[in-house]
Design a protein around this ligand. Sequence first.
Ligand SMILES: O=C(O)CCC(=O)C(=O)O
Ligand SMILES: [Fe+2]
Length: 287
Amino acid sequence: MNVGFFYIKNHGVAEETIASALAAAKRFFALPLASKEAIDMSKSTNFKGYTPLLGENSNPENRGDLHEGFDIGWEDSSGSARADDGAMSGANLWPDEQELPGFREAVMQYYNAVVSLGKLMFPIFALALNLPEDFFADKTLKPAAILRLLYYPSQDGLVDDRIQGIGAHTDYECFTILWQDEVPALQALNLDKKWVDATPIPGTFVVNLGDQLARWTNDVFKSTVHRAINRSGVERYSIPLFFGSDYDVVLEALPSCVSAERPPKYEPITAGEYVRSRIAETYGHGK
Ligand SMILES: O=C(O)CCC(=O)C(=O)O
Ligand SMILES: [Fe+2]
């Protein structure tokens, strides 16, 4: 409630699952640009697929984010997306199986493992809010989780300080479960407006709270501003999973988080419309 960031360990996601997803990410970003552009996000109805360097701008005061990304959402074991995700409906875009055999399986295995972990965490947030432990259960039946593979080249020498790995921003969903490699880059903004390093700790995930949880709790839970700047001299990989509530759920302040002194700060909106509008702001696709 003060920091909005924490680490978890003994999280139950197998090291091999993480290692396979990382290996898949490395193989993907090493593909020729044309192969990656074949599944460019501009070809997707709902912001899935590949984002090139500077294709996204998380902080409107900056000139673009110096990362490459690859985004997917939920799909079933036959590879079909849900048809009823409202504003966020649409299929994943995958690289060619011949070119990258095993990629899809490795990424989906990681996705499903971290979604299961995320489901275990909702009851903890509910209890912290003095709500029944299963409060979020019927709001997270159809995992509205977005997984991103991220690749950050190192920025060395003189750099434009308006180009960062990912500019200062808050995340849109309830919470983000981030795997990061051993290259330091991630920073969170504390209450004194100082940047604090979220130093990589092997065997852990960093979890940060996002705007959906802040909207639900009328800012009792903090959605903390963060950014990543890789000036390490080596490339960095990270894999965030943004776990939101089902896209058809209306986000509105919980009665226990509203009072005469603390009036509701946010207009109710469905999770799908909210996420879509926030993602659209960071891309130049005009969607
Ligand atoms: O790569 C990281 O450490 C952070 C990524 C991030 O903040 C995001 O994708 O929203
Ligand atoms: Fe983020």
